[in-house]
Design a protein. Sequence first.
Length: 197
Amino acid sequence: MAFELPDLPYEKNALEPHISANTLGFHHGKHHQGYVNKLNAAVEGTDLENKSLEEIIKMTSGDTAKQGIFNNAAQVWNHTFYWHSMRPNGGGAPNGPVADMIARDFGSYEDFKAAFKEKGTSQFGSGWAWLVKAGDKLHVTNTLNAHTPVEEAEATPLLTMDVWEHAYYLDYQNDRGGYIDHFLDNLVNWDFANKNL
Ligand code: MN
């Protein structure tokens, strides 16, 4: 069973003006599709062929001989998670149980925002910023290139933001901080974070 590119959970222009249809078209249709294609080519005929994405990520994490497979599998997983981490008319203060946990673990929503933005802006080069639950506590973190909390047994990812340049360069050029502000204020899907708790 080959992996397939999942549909976006909204129309390509649904996140405008914060993320353009042009960016989503390339990001989903070219980048995400490219990871799916490369993963399928790499696992075809191997013992990984019938494993789930999560199993492949865990089985190849840290194995330098299988780095190419890991990178594509993790990028397929991360991108699908990223599309669901956003919604039209999202962002702003959270609701539900995650709101209480953010207040408890970060002090306030504003403090969470500052911590998340710091993780996104300080990730040197390509990677991801995350809100995760580890134990019963929320943390913000960042990962390099394709790395993902899925590799860690302890961490449950709640939200992610892609900080590879291809996620924002067409709309924000080099202004990663501007992209992060729009992500937090207008795009975050708090219902998805609550569902992942
Ligand atoms: Mn990406």
